[in-house]
Structures are given as C-alpha cells and as structure tokens.
Write a protein that binds this ligand. Structure first.
Ligand SMILES: [Zn+2]
Ligand SMILES: [Zn+2]
Length: 350
C-alpha cells in the first residue's frame, strides 16, 4: 500500500491524501490552497486521478473539497462518499455521490467506519481497512465545543493515523479561548452598537452563536438568510447535541432593526451580500473575526483599517490536544496535518 500526501501537511489548506493498493485507489479529501497562484490544487498526477475509485470527504469546507471540480475535469470518474449533509453543502454539483450509509450497505473493497468529528454539521472522522492495514483520518476535529456532537476518538488502533493539529504549537485551551473572546466582546459592546461576526457557512458560526447567547442572554441576534437557514436545519439533525436549542430568537438582518450581534456567513466577506451587511453594520459597529483571515479580502482590509479584531474561536486541535488524542489511541505512525508548523514525508509505503 502506498500513501501519498498530496496536500495538507506543512501547510494550512489543500488537504488531500492519496492511497493506492494493487487493486484500487482512493482519496481522503480533495481540497484547495486558498489564494495560491496556479489554483492551489493537490499534488496529484493525471494517472493518479484517473486511477481513483473513491473520494471520501470528511466535510464540506473548501480546504477539503474545493479541488473536486478540478479532478473531475482531469478524468476522475469514481464515487464521492460523504455524509448526506456534506454532499448537500457542496457549492458545485458532483457525479456519482454516495452517502456514508449507502457506502456501508454496498459491496465495496475498502471497509470503512466513521464518527462525528464535532467540527460542523456533517463532519466525520474515518477508519479504513485496506489490504490488512488500518488507516485513520481525524478530519477537522475537536475534543471540546458547545453545539456539534462529537464521537470522541478513543481506543482506536491504526497503522497510520492522520490527525488534525491546525493550531500548531499554540497551547491555549478551549476554555481560555472562549473566556478571552467573551471578555473582548463584552468590552467592545460598551463602545459599539452592533458587533459583526463573519463566519464560515457551516460550523463555527453556530458555536459562537450559542456561546454569545448563553453569556449575554439579554442581547439580540440577527444573521443573513443562510445563517438563519443553517440554524433551523441544524436543529433537527443528529449532528447537534441534544440539550442545544438554537432556533427561536434570531432574526433576519435588517438595517432598520439593529441587533447587538450580526452573523454574516462569509468569513472573508467576499460576496456582495456579506459586504453590504458589513458596510451597514460598521457605520456604528465593529467586526470580530474568529478564524483565519485570507489576504486580499475585505476581512483583511477591515483588519488593517482597525475596523476588525481577530480573536480565535477554536474548531481544530492544537498540539497539547493532539497529544491527548495520540495518548488515548494506539496509532503506530501518526501524521500531523493542517499546520504549517509540522511537516512530514510525502510518500509512505506499508
Ligand atoms: Zn473545516
Ligand atoms: Zn480544514
């Protein structure tokens, strides 16, 4: 068995792992490197793309799925396997899609198990058995959060495990991040009428909404149409913790009825709708970014102009949390992914 790291190690983005045996080949994730010249595609040859029988997706974020149209244009004609929610969240059409349940019910050469990774609705970790070897992929994973259900990775055995450590050597705990953020938000609110949170379409926004709603019960909240839709659809699903009630008191953003907090489902503020919301809010408000800012975007400009601050809300592991996963499982070889701070060999033969 040969595993080739086609992206995602020694960098933040382009997550893509190619596995090849004498009988079949598959990918785990197929992401893009945002903002890279040449498209930021995974390091895959045309022959490798054509050999692929399956692509397993851990979740819908572009750093895990954005290169799917590119592999399709380059001759990929295999199946795309993911949770139903992940498939529905993809912003482009895909051929030969298969849900996790459909895959498990079918007759396939690679045996696969999965669990919820707590990162967003539809996000999973995977364990594969292929040619006598066990491969484990954490996907984007957390051990602690408020909203998304987590099937903790415990007592797994694998020959190779690829594990999230996107926050590198940062040692801040989940609770300290949240405490810092709440402290900052409270102070900012004494100076500004409205606070704007640009968030990804899926995942972090729901966690933030829940945290702020709990800490500031008297505050009012609004979001763009996508955010409201996300709140409603997430509520009914198995991906949300049972004691979490999200819907009820969030309204659609309107300039006439300003709320204390506004969510825009576009982290870099790239689209016109989010830019318009940002411009209106920032007349009397302030923006808070809670994840990676990409250069050349409106979010980057707001940060430069002092109209936005960056305070992390964690949706990945850092090194101490990664160590905890490593200690609680039996992994013969561990590959750290999603961080520029840790690199590794790009070819593994087992
Ligand atoms: Zn993600
Ligand atoms: Zn990611």
């Amino acid at each position: 068995m040969r595993m080739k790291i086609a992206g995602g190690c020694g960098e933040h983005g382009r997550n893509c792992f190619y596995i090849e045996t004498s009988k079949y080949a598959f990918l785990v994730d197929c992401g893009l490197m945002a903002g890279e010249a040449g498209g930021g595609y995974p390091h895959l040859t045309e022959a490798e793309i054509k050999r692929l029988d399956y692509v397993f997706l851990t979740h819908s974020h572009a750093d895990h799925t954005g290169a799917l149209p590119w592999i399709t244009a380059n001759g990929f004609d295999g199946s795309i396997v993911a949770s139903e929610e992940t498939l529905n969240q993809l912003p482009f059409p895909v051929n030969n899609a298969m849900t996790l349940e459909q895959y498990q019910a079918g007759n396939h050469p690679i045996s696969m198990e999965y669990g919820r990774s707590g990162h967003c609705v539809g996000s999973v970790w995977y364990q594969f058995e292929c040619e006598g070897k066990t491969l484990f992929f954490s996907g984007d994973y957390v051990e602690k959060n408020y909203v998304h259900e987590i099937d903790l990775i415990r007592e797994k055995q694998a020959d190779i495990a690829v594990v999230d450590c996107a926050y590198g050597n940062d040692k801040t705990s989940f609770d300290s991040y949240c405490t810092e953020l709440v402290k900052y938000v409270r102070k900012a609110k004494t100076e500004y009428r409205t606070l704007l949170f640009p968030v990804p379409k899926y995942g972090r926004g729901l966690e933030l909404y829940w945290l702020l709603k709990k800490r500031f019960p008297k505050w009012t909240f609004s979001g763009d149409a996508h955010f409201i839709k996300q709140v409603i659809s997430a509520q009914e699903s198995k991906w949300i913790k049972k004691d979490v009630v999200l819907s009820g008191d969030i309204s659609l953003f309107s300039e006439e009825h300003p709320t204390d907090v506004v969510f825009a489902s576009d982290p870099q503020l790239r689209k016109a709708e989010a830019q318009e919301i940002a411009e209106k809010v920032l007349e009397h408000g302030y923006a808070i970014m809670t994840g990676t800012v990409e250069s050349g975007t409106m979010s980057a400009r707001l940060l430069e102009e002092g109209k936005m601050s960056m305070l992390r809300f964690p949706v990945h592991l850092n090194y101490p949390q990664f160590r905890n996963v490593a200690m609680n499982n039996s992994f013969k070889q561990i590959i750290i992914y999603h961080s520029p701070e840790f690199d590794c060999e790009k070819e593994i033969i087992k």
